[in-house]
Design a binder for this molecule. Sequence first.
Ligand SMILES: C[S@@+](CC[C@H](N)C(=O)[O-])C[C@H]1O[C@@H](n2cnc3c(N)ncnc32)[C@H](O)[C@@H]1O
Length: 292
Amino acid sequence: MHEPVLTEKVLEYLDPQPNENFIDCTAGGGGHTFAIAERIAPKGKILALDWDAEAIQSFTEELRKRRLQNRVFAENENFANIKEAAAKNAFRPVAGILFDLGLSSDQLESRRRGFTFRKEEPLDMRYNTQNPITAEKLLNYSSKIQLERMLRDYSEEQFSKQIAEAIVQSRAQTHLQKTSQLVQIVEQATPKWYQRRKIHPATKTFQALRIAVNNEVENIKQGLQGATELVSQNGKIAVISFHSLEDRIVKEFFKQNPLFRPLTKKPIIPSRAEIKQNSRARSAKLRVAVKL
Ligand SMILES: C[S@@+](CC[C@H](N)C(=O)[O-])C[C@H]1O[C@@H](n2cnc3c(N)ncnc32)[C@H](O)[C@@H]1O
């Protein structure tokens, strides 16, 4: 079960009041959605998006169990299309919008889509399985320079050149299909000391591929742009990011938007106690901005 991160801080900053409406762009297991839903009772509504059809399916079941289906509307949609999703549901006014980026523990542990280097799974990595681009396609058909750029730009992998070279050599022998093949390639392409660190040597490679497969950078930019247009005056946008690329995009986005004032000068990070309880929280950063 996915454990939501920074929930208390999200509530503190978004400050949901009875009968206000919110959009949760990344419903996942619903941890944040349900916490906000409680605060905006009895009439406040939530539009909850998730690009992963399986996530939306179990989220919808949970809605029924909690008898929230009249106040929370679930949509299997990319948050890049937040404006279209809001228009379709005639969802206005909007007091606040939340993005909890990246992937959930459920996706990591049980979708069998190759998100994790810890399990032998097909190299898929799509949030949305209708998306034509898979990790397998990117690995087998991108040029060496594209692979190298992807590793460097999306995860600052210091051995991007060596790993890209090793991918190209390896795929000349055999088609790459499984997570273990990619792990082996990374292990062969990187020095021993790199493999002895706390962090698994394939962490950055898997992260970069996932970002590329799902076009995450563009989605975040488009989603944020849509959110700024949708949220009401004095409304807030909260974003939880999990790596420096995401955090930079969010920080720059609000810095360059004169209609928004950041409420968090420095990003909010989880307490030690939260990190101890939920290791996924260790890299989380929350930024919130208010519309003037
Ligand atoms: C970190 S989880 C959210 C967890 C959720 N806040 C909770 O408390 O359970 C991120 C979710 O965002 C979804 N997601 C990722 N990219 C998306 C996108 N472009 N549009 C909509 N959902 C997306 C993923 O499928 C995943 O379920």
